[in-house]
Write a protein that binds this ligand. Structure first.
Ligand code: SF4
Length: 235
């Protein structure tokens, strides 16, 4: 592995193959939701390890994202089923009884609200991610989706302006760390490729809808691993 901030060009193709193998083996060995969560932890752990090893201290300092800064957590996030299953398993572990029920209701409520909303509409309506806690921290941070991991910004004000611009005709770009974006998006694609080859359901779906479905159906993880196409209610 190269040192942090290495100037040697990163081989995305070989990294993609590595994630593909990791996901293939992890999902083949997985039994139930906990097994899928372990497989996902290996995939995201490797992605985070590569990111940390490739970004120089200077680049890391430039990334302004941090606990409590959650302006971008108001857009629709697409996840693959293993990601949603891992999140549901994590919520069941950290929540207890009534707490898990309350989270399930909050996530289901958001899923219903954003069901037909494009990002622009959701930003205008100000529908925040239900996984944000009272401090604006991500309550599922260790298992957060790859799409969330791909996002970064060097300037929180720029994020706010870009979100506001979504609701008008103005244009505002966000300066992101492009390596992080490509790395996490590439990880998502490699995971999907491994799933497709294994004959698993590769449909990308909205985060809250997917997690709600996983929380409400204890058999879902086994059905997914058995190669069944998971049905979602139409409304
Ligand atoms: S899952 Fe976490 S990081 Fe992703 S949108 Fe929700 S609160 Fe933000």
């Amino acid at each position: 592995m190269s040192e942090a901030g290495s100037t040697v060009p990163f081989d995305f193709s070989s990294y993609g193959g590595e994630i593909d193998d990791l996901a293939t083996r992890g999902l083949a060995d997985a039994a139930g939701a906990e097994g899928i969560r372990t497989a996902m932890a290996r995939v995201t752990g490797r992605a985070e390890e590569v990111q940390a090893s490739r970004l120089s201290a200077n680049e890391q300092n430039l990334i302004a994202c941090g606990p409590g800064c959650a302006d971008c957590c108001r857009v629709n996030v697409t996840v693959l089923l293993p990601e949603a299953i891992a999140i549901a398993a994590y919520l069941e572990e950290i929540g207890k009884g009534d707490e898990t029920n309350a989270i399930t209701m909050r996530v289901a409520d958001t899923a219903a609200r954003v069901r037909w909303m494009e990002d622009d509409e959701r930003i205008r309506a100000g529908v925040a991610c239900p996984f944000l806690d009272g401090r604006g921290w991500c309550a599922i941070y260790p298992v957060r989706p790859l799409t969330c991991r791909a996002l970064s910004s060097t300037d929180p004000e720029q994020c706010r302006r870009a979100l506001a611009a979504h609701c008008s005709d103005e244009e505002e770009t966000i300066v992101v760390n492009i390596f992080q974006k490509f790395l996490m998006e590439g990880t998502f694609q490699s995971l999907a490729r491994a799933m497709e080859r294994a004959g698993l359901d590769t449909t990308g779906r909205e985060l809250c809808r997917s997690v709600t479905r996983c929380l409400l159906d204890p058999r879902l993880a086994d059905d997914f691993l058995a190669g069944k196409r998971i049905k979602f209610p139409e409304s």
